[in-house]
Design a protein around this ligand. Structure first.
Ligand SMILES: [Zn+2]
Length: 1106
C-alpha cells in the first residue's frame, strides 16, 4: 500500500459512523453492497447535505442524484456562503460499490487550478463510501486552499486550531489531522543536534511528512577512515555531501514509538508503517521532490520483496534486467540539483536492514537490557529457531551478553557512534530519528563484518576488505540478482582499468585451471556446456609456491545440457566450472566498448543503455560472470596515473594500482602494531614502516585479492619458516614468483602478464620469522598492502596522463624510508642497475581530497520548516539570531598584536581555589553536546591570532576536570570603559567566570556566574547587567530566551557586550572586589533578576549549584 493511500483509514461505513448525528437516524438495514447500497448511501448523503455537511469551513450543498445512473451532482460553498465549485461525482460501476468501485469527479463550474486538482485527484483515491469520499474531498479542498493562501509553513499550526473547532462536528474528521506533538519533535530535534547530527522535517502537505537525519560525510570521515569510505564507494567523498537517513511512513504521527519501542496509540490508529531510506544528499536534507520520489520507490521494493519470497525453482528471474531493480544514481554531474537524494553502493542493504529489523532490535534491547550486538543476535536466533524470544534467551543468556562484550572490545579499534539507549531512564517516547541514525552509523562503520544480504555476522577466517555477502547461496543469489553492492555500470564508467584487471586475472585463473573459492555459486547461472578441450588440468602445482594442490578430478565429465543447450553451473564439477568461466569471459566485449555503450546519450524518458543490449549473442551468464568478477573483489583497486601518486623508479611497463583496505580497523591495528614496536625500538620510532615486494603467479591473484592477500600464503612449511614471504629487491618477486602466463583474456587492454604487491610492514625485522634473504612475517597485523603492480603485455603509449612539472613533484612528500632496509629494483636490461624505490606519502592525496571537502563544507542554516520546530514556543520573535551573527563578525587580525592579552595563571588559580564541588548530574546527551562544544572552544582559542580580539580565554590547565563545570576569563574590555579603567588600576587581568551546565544541556541554558572580581551591585549604583550575586542578568540565559543552537563562545561575547553596556549604568568594580562571589548568592541574584523581569528560571537550577 502506498503511503498516500494510507492517509485514508479503512472504509468504516458501519453503524458507528452514524452515532455522531442525532438525526437522521441510521438506516435500519443498510444493504451490504452493490447498487442498492449505493442508492441507500446516496439517500443518506442527501439528508446530510440538507441538515448541513460542513467540514473545515466548507459545506456540501444541493446534493442530488444526477440524470445518469450512478452520478451525483453537488455544490461546495464556504461556510459563510461563498460558492466554490459545482461538480458531478460518477461511480464506475455501482454493483462494485463500496469496495471495488472508482469515483470520478468533474467540475461543472470554473474552478481555480488548486481546486481543479483536488477534483481530478478523487479518482486516484481508493474505494470509499460516498460519505467518506465527501469527507476526504472537503478535507482536500481545505488543504489545497490553505496551501494556496498561506504558504505551507503555517499550515500545520493552523490545522491545530482547526482541529479543536472541527473535531466535534464530525468524529470521522479526526483522520485529516496530524497527530504530531510539536514539543516532542522539538525536544528530539534538539537531542539530534546535541549528538552532532542534523535533523530535518520534509512536509508533503498538512498532515504528511518525512523526517531526515544527516551528517556531512566529511564529519563522518572523523570516525570512519577516509580510506575505508573510499574503498566502499568513491562517491562518498567525491563531493561535499551528507549521509542522510530518511524516515517515512509516519502517517503524520510523531512520536511513533513508545518508551518500550512499540508503536504509540496514535501510530497504531494511523497505520504508521515506518520505512527507511539511506542515501547521499547535497544539502542537510533532500528536497521535497526527491524525498517524495524516495517514498514512491517503495512500490518497487515491495515487488522485490515478493520476488524474494518466491521459490527459486519457479522462475529464472535472474536476468540482467534484474540489476535495474534498485538502480543507483551514478551522480550525473550535469544534474546539479541541490535537492538530490542519491543512493550509493550500501544504500539498499542498509535500507532492508532498517526496514526489516530496526524496530524489533530496539524492542529487544529495551526488554532484555541488551546492547545492539546482543539484541541483533537474539533477534537472529529467534528467527532461526522459530521460538519465542523469551524461550531463546532462557536457553543461553550468556551468548547474547558475550555478543555485547565483543562489541565493547571492538570499540578499541572502531569509532562507534554514541548509543542513545544507554542510561535511558525516562519513560518518554523514543527519539526514533536519533536512535535510528546512531544504529545506521554503527552498522555502516561495521559494514565489513556483516553479510550485505542476510545481515548476519560473517564468520570468515580472512579479512574482508569491502562489504560482501556471507557464503549462503541464497545471499549470493540475492546479492547478484538485486544489485546489493557496488554498481557494475558505475565501476565500468569510472574505473574501467580496474574492471579490466579483475576480469583478466579471473580469466587467467580459470583458463589455467586454478581458480578457487569464491566461485560464482548460488547465482542461478545457466551456461552452455563447456568445451571439453578446456577441461584439462595442467600438470604441476596450481599454486606458485607451496600451496596445496587443488583436488584434481582426473577425468572431468562435462555435464550434458538441457534442451535449450544450457546447464546448471552449480551442478558442474570444478574443472568444468573453470572452463565455463573462461568461456564466458572470452565471450565478453572489451571493457572500453562497454564503457562507450553505457555512456551513450539517451533521450529523456528513455531508459539508460543496458549492457546486455550490446550484443544479443553473448550469453546472459557472461554478463553475470562479469558482475561477479567485480563485486566479489573485496579489495579496492584504483589505477594510479598521476606523478603525485606513482611509486618512483619502477619502469613504465608496470601499471600501478593503489590497493585500499576497506576494513576500518585494519589501519588501526597496523598502527597499534607500529606503536607497540616503537615502545622498544628507537629505529622504529624514526622509521615506522619498511616496504617489501610480494610476488605470485598471475593465476593466483584472483584468489589472493579476495582473501585479504595473506590468508592462503601464511603458514606452509617453507625454507625460511612459516609466514608471508617478502622480497627486498623487486627483481626477486617480479622475476621468479610472478611468472607470467600464456592465457590472457583476448579483450584485455591491460593484458597483464604478472602481478606484484608492495606492502608496508612494521619496521622491526628482528621480530620477523626470518629477515634474510627474505622477510618472513607471520603476524598479519604487521602487514598492510599498499600497491599492486601489474606487468602489462603492451608498451606504454608515451608519457603518463598528467605529467606534473618537476618543480611541483618535489613538493610531494615521500615516505621516509629506513636506510638500513632499502627497497630496490635491479633490472637486467639496458639502462639496468639497482634503483632505490620511493613512495609518495600514501595519505598525501587523500589528505588533499579531505582538505578540499572540508574547505567546501559550509554548515547550512536550518530551513524555515525546521527553524519553526526549534522555536515551537509562544515566545515572540526575539533578537537571538543576532547573537549567532555576532559570533562571526569580528574578523581576526592577521598578525599577532604585540600588546596582546596574556593569561595570568596565578590570578586564576588564586581566584578559583575555593570553587564549589562540580555538578553531579550528567547525561549522555549533555556529555556529547559538551564535548563538541568544548572542542569547538579549544579550536577557536587555538586558532585565534589575537587573544585580545577573541575577548575570552579558557585556561587549558583547568579544562577537563569536569565537563559540566568550566572556568572562562573575559578580558580586553574597551579601554575607555569604567570597568576597564578600574581593572587596570587594580591590576586585575580578567573577569573570571564559572559556567555550570545542567544535565539537560543544550536544551536548558548553562548557568554563568562571576567568581572574581566583585562588581558594584546595581542598588549601589553599579551596572553592566550583573546581579548582586555576580550572575548575569540576561534574558538569553533563562528558559525563555535560551536556544540550544547557541555556542558558548557566542554567549560569552554577549556577556561581554552586556558588561560593556553603559545603559542603564556602566559596570564598575566594587570596593571589596577581591572577595569572590559565593555560589548561593549568585543563584539568589539570578532568581531575583528573573523574577523582576518575568523570566522563567530553568528548572533544576538549584540542583545545579548544590
Ligand atoms: Zn548472508
Amino acid at each position: 500500500m502506498s503511503d498516500d493511500e494510507g492517509m485514508y483509514e479503512e472504509d468504516t461505513m458501519d453503524v458507528d459512523d452514524f452515532e455522531d448525528f442525532d438525526e437522521p437516524s441510521p438506516a435500519p438495514s443498510v444493504p451490504l453492497k452493490g447498487r442498492k447500497r449505493f442508492l441507500a448511501d446516496l439517500e443518506e448523503m442527501k439528508k446530510f447535505s440538507v441538515i448541513g455537511f460542513g467540514f473545515h469551513g466548507f459545506d456540501l450543498r444541493n446534493l442530488r442524484a444526477g440524470d445518469d445512473e450512478g452520478t451525483i451532482e453537488f455544490k461546495i460553498m464556504t461556510s459563510d456562503g461563498h460558492p466554490v465549485l459545482s461538480a458531478n461525482l460518477l461511480v464506475s460501476d455501482p454493483s462494485e460499490y463500496p469496495d471495488h468501485h472508482t469515483f470520478y469527479a468533474f467540475s461543472t463550474s470554473d474552478a481555480p487550478s488548486h481546486i481543479g486538482q483536488v477534483v481530478e485527484d478523487v479518482s486516484s483515491g481508493k474505494s470509499r463510501s460516498i460519505k467518506k469520499t465527501f469527507e476526504d474531498f472537503l478535507s482536500a479542498i481545505h488543504k489545497a486552499s490553505r496551501e494556496d493562501d498561506d504558504g505551507e509553513a503555517d499550515a500545520e499550526a493552523d490545522a491545530y486550531d482547526a482541529y479543536d473547532e472541527d473535531d466535534n462536528e464530525f468524529g470521522a474528521s479526526r483522520f485529516a489531522h496530524s497527530t504530531l506533538r510539536p514539543k516532542k519533535l522539538q525536544y528530539d530535534f534538539l537531542e539530534v543536534v546535541a549528538a552532532g547530527y542534523r535533523p530535518g522535517l520534509i512536509r508533503f502537505g498538512v498532515d504528511d511528512f518525512s523526517l531526515s537525519i544527516s551528517i556531512p560525510v566529511i564529519k563522518l570521515a572523523n570516525d570512519i577512515p577516509a580510506r575505508a569510505l573510499m574503498a566502499w564507494d568513491r562517491r562518498l567523498l567525491s563531493r561535499t555531501q551528507h549521509l542522510t537517513l530518511l524516515i517515512s511512513g509516519l502517517r503524520g504521527t510523531y512520536p511513533p514509538l513508545k518508551a518500550d519501542g512499540t508503536l504509540t496509540q496514535d501510530a497504531v490508529a494511523r497505520g504508521t508503517n515506518l520505512q527507511f531510506k539511506v542515501g547521499l544528499s547535497r544539502q542537510y536534507k533532500p528536497s521535497k521532490e526527491y524525498a517524495l520520489e524516495a517514498k514512491r520507490t517503495y512500490g518497487l521494493v515491495d515487488d522485490e520483496a515478493q520476488q524474494q519470497e518466491r521459490p527459486l525453482e519457479e522462475e529464472p528471474l535472474l536476468t540482467v534486467d534484474g540489476f535495474t531493480v534498485r538502480e543507483e544514481s551514478p551522480h550525473d554531474e550535469d544534474e546539479d540539483d541541490d535537492g538530490r537524494f542519491d543512493s550509493f553502493s550500501l544504500s539498499s542493504s542498509l535500507e532492508t536492514l532498517l526496514d526489516h529489523s530496526l524496530v524489533r532490535v530496539i524492542q529487544t534491547r529495551i526488554k532484555y537490557g541488551l546492547g545492539w550486538a546482543g539484541a541483533e543476535t537474539l533477534v537472529a536466533e529467534t528467527e532461526r529457531l522459530q521460538q519465542t524470544t523469551d524461550d531463546v534467551i532462557a536457553i543461553d543468556r550468556q551468548l547474547f551478553d558475550n555478543a555485547d562484550k565483543t562489541e565493547r572490545k571492538l570499540r578499541q579499534t572502531y569509532n562507534l557512534p554514541p548509543d542513545p539507549l544507554v542510561g535511558r531512564e525516562t519513560m518518554d517516547e523514543l527519539n526514533l530519528p536519533l536512535v535510528a541514525f546512531c544504529y545506521l552509523i554503527r552498522r555502516l562503520t561495521l559494514c565489513t563484518r556483516y553479510c550485505l544480504v542476510c545481515h548476519n555476522k560473517l564468520n570468515t577466517d580472512f579479512e574482508v576488505l569491502k562489504p560482501y555477502v556471507c557464503d549462503s547461496k541464497l545471499c549470493s543469489y540475492q546479492f547478484y540478482a538485486f544489485n546489493r553492492g557496488p554498481s557494475l555500470e558505475y565501476e565500468i564508467i569510472s574505473n574501467p582499468e580496474t574492471v579490466d584487471l579483475l576480469v583478466s586475472i579471473a580469466y587467467t585463473a580459470a583458463a589455467d585451471q586454478c581458480l578457487n573459492e569464491p566461485l560464482p555459486l548460488g547465482m542461478g547461472l545457466r551456461v552452455p556446456v563447456p568445451d571439453a578441450r578446456r577441461c584439462v588440468v595442467p600438470l604441476g602445482p596450481t599454486w606458485g609456491h607451496a600451496m596445496a594442490p587443488v583436488v584434481a578430478v582426473p577425468k572431468p565429465v562435462p555435464p550434458t545440457g538441457d534442451p535449450d543447450g544450457l546447464c546448471e553451473f552449480d551442478e558442474m564439477d570444478i574443472i568444468s566450472m573453470r572452463a565455463s568461466i573462461a568461456e564466458m569471459i572470452h565471450a565478453l566485449p572489451p571493457i572500453r566498448e562497454m564503457r562507450r555503450h553505457l555512456l551513450k546519450k539517451t533521450k529523456a524518458g528513455k531508459s539508460k543503455p543496458k549492457l546486455k543490449d550490446m550484443d544479443s549473442s553473448i550469453p546472459t551468464a557472461a554478463w553475470l560472470i562479469l558482475r561477479w568478477c567485480v563485486a566479489s573483489c573485496t579489495a579496492h583497486l584504483e589505477e594510479l596515473t598521476s606523478d603525485e601518486d606513482l611509486v618512483r623508479n619502477i619502469d613504465s611497463t608496470w601499471r600501478q594500482f593503489r590497493f585500499t583496505i576497506g576494513a576500518p580497523d585494519a589501519e588501526a591495528r597496523f598502527k597499534a602494531a607500529v606503536a607497540e614496536a616503537q615502545k622498544t625500538d628507537a629505529n622504529a620510532r624514526k622509521y615506522p614502516g619498511l616496504y617489501a615486494f610480494h610476488g605470485s603467479p598471475l593465476k593466483n591473484w584472483h584468489s589472493i585479492i579476495r582473501h585479504g592477500l595473506w590468508f592462503k600464503t601464511i603458514a606452509h612449511g617453507r625454507a625460511y619458516g612459516d609466514g608471508v614471504y617478502f622480497a627486498k629487491d623487486g627483481s626477486t618477486s617480479m622475476g621468479g614468483y610472478a611468472q607470467g602466463t600464456s592465457n590472457v583474456w583476448r579483450h584485455s587492454q591491460i593484458a597483464p602478464r604478472c602481478c606484484v604487491a608492495v606492502a608496508e610492514i612494521v619496521n622491526q625485522p628482528s621480530k620477523f620469522v626470518s629477515n634474510n634473504p627474505h622477510y618472513v612475517v607471520n603476524d598479519t597485523n604487521w602487514i598492510i598492502c599498499r600497491y599492486l603492480l601489474v606487468k602489462t603485455g603492451v608498451e606504454p603509449m608515451g608519457e603518463t596522463e598528467e605529467n606534473t612539472k618537476d618543480v611541483e613533484l618535489t613538493k610531494i612528500p615521500l615516505v621516509k624510508l629506513d636506510p638500513a632496509h632499502p627497497l630496490t629494483l635491479t633490472s637486467g636490461g639496458r639502462g639496468g642497475g639497482q634503483k632505490h624505490i620511493q613512495f609518495p606519502e600514501p595519505s598525501y592525496k587523500l589528505e588533499k581530497l579531505l582538505k578540499a571537502r572540508r574547505k567546501e563544507y559550509l554548515e547550512e542554516d536550518f530551513d524555515e520548516d525546521d527553524q519553526a520546530i526549534f522555536e515551537a514556543k509562544e515566545t515572540p520573535a526575539n533578537s537571538q539570531r543576532e547573537v549567532i551573527v555576532i559570533e562571526n563578525s569580528p574578523p581576526p587580525s592577521k598578525a599577532p598584536a604585540l600588546d596582546d592579552w596574556k593569561h595570568d595563571a596565578e590570578w586564576v588559580t588564586a581566584s578559583t581555589a575555593h570553587l564549589m564541588p562540580p555538578p553531579f548530574e550528567a547525561s549522555p546527551s549533555a556529555t556529547m553536546a559538551l564535548q563538541r562544544e568544548l572542542r569547538a572552544m579549544v579550536k577557536e582559542q587555538e586558532s585565534a591570532t589575537s587573544l585580545k580580539d577573541l575577548g575570552w580565554y579558557m585556561p587549558p590547565d583547568l579544562i577537563g576536570d569536569n565537563l559540566f563545570q568550566w572556568i572562562v576569563e573575559l578580558h580586553s574590555f574597551e579601554e575607555t570603559l569604567p570597568i576597564a579603567k578600574g581593572m587596570k588600576t587594580a591590576g586585575i587581568n580578567s573577569i573570571i567566570f564559572e559556567i555550570r551546565f545542567p544535565p539537560t544541556f543544550p536544551l536548558a541554558p548553562p548557568f554563568f556566574r562571576i567568581i572574581k572580581p566583585r562588581l558594584l551591585p546595581f542598588i549601589q549604583g553599579g551596572g553592566g547587567h550583573v546581579t548582586g550575586g555576580g550572575s548575569m542578568c540576561m534574558d538569553l540565559l533563562t528558559s525563555d530566551g535560551w536556544l540550544p543552537s547557541y555556542s558558548i563562545s557566542a554567549v560569552l561575547l554577549q556577556i561581554k557586550l552586556a558588561i560593556s553596556n553603559l545603559e542603564p549604568r556602566p559596570a564598575q568594580l566594587a570596593r571589596n572586589w577581591d572577595t569572590p562571589y559565593g555560589v548561593q548568592e549568585s543563584l539568589e541574584g539570578f532568581k531575583r533578576a528573573a523574577a523582576t523581569h518575568g523570566w522563567k528560571v530553568p528548572s533544576g537550577i538549584d540542583r545545579l549549584v548544590r
